[in-house]
Design a protein around this ligand. Structure first.
Ligand SMILES: Cc1ncc(COP(=O)(O)O)c(C=O)c1O
Length: 374
């Protein structure tokens, strides 16, 4: 389909969906966003916590160069022969401490399968892929509500670990709630919880944090075979569409994972995504610029939302989480009709919205629409 025709088709499809009055309630979960909504339809897409500033120019250049070798498998490309080593070196670990996956979502999915023979302890709400996969395959999932500040309730999580617990999943910074556990507290939790089961820390948004909060739990893995950290190139590196992420852990557990579901997980990554990842790691200035622009647009949005009477949870990420007071309709559906994609969901204490931080212009458009919502 030619680009222009495709664009028309996409526009018609989404208008048709709206015309039919299809509920967007299904968007409220973390997964399964329809593929055809977004920029092409002149919608402001604030639904998936993507980085609106695009990939590093160095990554773009590296991709263009690698294009001529895309007829080859990754193991036949010299510059990628030590991919894992280069990745590991950047994070101060060794290649036998790393597993590469086609996006961290795939890593979470495979981890849910690997740890299916006992209780999973996690928060509610949290990022959905791991607990949802676990539920689907019949694993017991014990969900601990967030505390009053929308942060993880670590002592309640520790109490939820029983002798049958195999995995504890903590998303820090948290999605959808945008809050953090300070590094020192996170560390003590990992040390305590890992005496009983494997602790998995999802650091998808860690690069948006400032010191000392940005201390990774990767530092714990060398001495502790029960700590795993999962990371993605989708957020600060803006590579969501390229699909690459990785897991870091002690060689003992990495080997076990490799022998089980992760045997060919790296092979699912394209040579383009691997090449872009390495180039992006070398472009700290680009990541820094994304982080700074995000902080400015986030502050603008927080101030405006507060002015409108909404009170977002303190955000450390590229998204905000705020209660929708007494909104009686389907908020995300109603926002979509006004051109903004975001998520809303019902929780025990009412309806909440998660909105990603786009560019300053996008956030201005979002605020304009918010002013029309009663
Ligand atoms: C906390 C968290 N972990 C993991 C992911 C998955 O990211 P990806 O599969 O793009 O690496 C996301 C995506 O939004 C996320 O929010």
């Amino acid at each position: 389909m030619q680009a222009v025709n495709r664009r028309n088709w996409l526009r018609q499809t989404s208008i048709a969906a709206l015309g039919l009055g299809l509920s967007m309630r299904s968007l409220a979960g973390e997964e399964y966003l329809p593929k055809h909504f977004g920029i092409e339809n002149n919608l402001v897409n604030l639904g998936s916590n993507e980085n609106p500033y695009g990939i590093s120019p160095k990554a773009r250049e590296a991709i263009m160069e690698m294009m001529s070798q895309t007829n080859r498998y990754q193991f036949n490309i010299g510059s990628l022969s030590d991919f894992k080593k280069q990745l590991a070196t950047h994070y101060n670990v060794t290649p036998d401490q790393v597993l590469v996956t086609a996006g961290s979502g795939e890593g979470l999915n495979l981890l849910a399968r690997h740890f299916s023979n006992g209780r999973l302890v996690t928060a509610n709400p949290t990022f959905g892929i791991l607990p949802n996969t676990a539920k689907k395959i019949g694993t017991e999932v014990y969900e601990v509500p967030l505390d009053n500040f929308r942060a993880h309730d670590l002592s309640a999580m520790l109490s939820a670990i029983n002798s049958n617990t195999k995995l504890i999943y903590v998303c820090n910074p948290a999605n959808p709630s945008s809050t953090i556990i300070p590094a020192a507290k996170m560390k003590s939790f990992c040390i305590e919880a890992s005496k009983k089961a494997v602790v998995l820390i999802d650091e998808a948004y860690i690069d948006f944090l400032d010191a000392p909060d940005n201390e990774s739990m990767i530092g714990l893995i060398e001495k502790n075979p029960n700590v795993l950290v999962i990371r993605t190139f989708s957020k600060i590196h803006a590579m969501a569409g390229l699909r690459i992420g990785f897991i870091v852990g002690h060689p003992t557990i990495i080997k076990q994972l490799e022998q089980n579901y992760f045997g060919s997980s790296q092979f699912c990554c394209s040579v383009l995504s691997m090449t872009a990842a390495l180039a992006s790691l070398k472009d700290a200035a680009h990541a820094k610029a994304s982080k700074e622009k995000n902080a400015v647009a986030r502050q603008y949005t927080v101030d405006e939302l507060n002015g409108l009477g909404y009170s977002p949870a303190k955000s450390y990420t590229n998204f905000l989480f705020f209660p929708l007071k007494n909104y009686s309709g389907d908020f995300s559906s109603d926002m979509l009709k006004k051109g903004v994609i975001l998520r809303s969901n019902n929780y025990a204490d009412g309806k909440w919205c998660r909105v990603s931080i786009g560019t300053q212009d996008e956030m201005k458009q979002f605020i304009q629409v918010m002013k029309t919502m009663a």
